[in-house]
Design a protein around this ligand. Structure first.
Ligand code: CA
Length: 223
């Protein structure tokens, strides 16, 4: 899952960056409204954390432009405590949720998790697929109750496939959602990682759809 942070306060930006990386996301960062708008307009994010008070272009205007141009990614806005009108303006502009500053970083993480989950159509923080269970709160996965030892990259790959289970996910889509903007994108690496992940899971749940990509099959559903 790939997240964009748009926050001009360097300390807050860094704290959010560290926390989101620690939670297993790939994270891009912007420090003003122009840069943030550009990234959100051109890169496919699974969620965006957007400060309202930003230099160059304010957060509400950034959000209005994205929505006007049909960008539907979940957006969490950060508002100042005494600015209730920012919350109203933000929600009217198309924000999915808000957090008031100062906040506990755990609250931001929980809200981001919930936004990503809901955008993928999952109501609870655990996502199941056959014997596989993804605990999005703890960033852990188990097979038949046994914990999988995954690298952060493998976890991201598994989490993306599980959030989109029963859908065909292309290699390009995986590259776009698993790596930040600075990564040298090579689609062969995806195959290598899928191979490793398959071996670690041990059960055959990741199907290769020839010419199209991969699909995590939930055999317990829809039969
Ligand atoms: Ca600010």
């Amino acid at each position: 899952m790939r997240i964009l942070i748009v926050e001009d306060d360097p300390n807050l930006n860094r704290q959010l960056h560290e926390a989101l990386i620690g939670a297993g996301y790939v994270v891009d960062r912007a420090f003003d409204g122009d840069e943030g708008h550009f990234l959100g307009d051109t890169e496919p994010y699974d969620a965006i954390v957007l400060d309202v008070g930003l230099p160059k272009l304010d957060g509400i205007s950034v959000l209005e432009r994205w929505r006007r141009d049909g960008r539907l990614m979940p957006v969490l806005i950060l508002t100042a405590r005494d600015r209730w009108s920012d919350k109203v303006a933000g929600i009217d502009a198309g924000a999915d949720d808000y957090v008031t500053k100062p906040f506990h970083i755990e609250e931001v993480l929980a809200r981001v998790r919930a936004l990503i989950r809901r955008a993928a159509g999952h109501a609870s923080s655990d996502i199941n697929c056959g014997p596989l269970r993804l605990d999005t709160k703890a960033s852990k996965a188990t097979v038949n109750g046994t914990a999988l030892k995954l690298t952060s990259h493998e976890y991201r790959l598994l989490a993306y496939l599980m959030h989109h289970k029963d859908e065909i996910v292309s290699r390009t889509e995986l590259i776009e959602h698993l790596y930040d903007q600075d990564f040298d994108r090579d689609s062969n690496t995806i195959e290598v990682f899928v191979g490793r992940l398959r071996r670690k899971i041990g059960v055959d749940l990741i199907e290769t759809v020839r010419g199209l990509g991969y699909r995590m099959r939930d055999e317990t559903a829809g039969t």
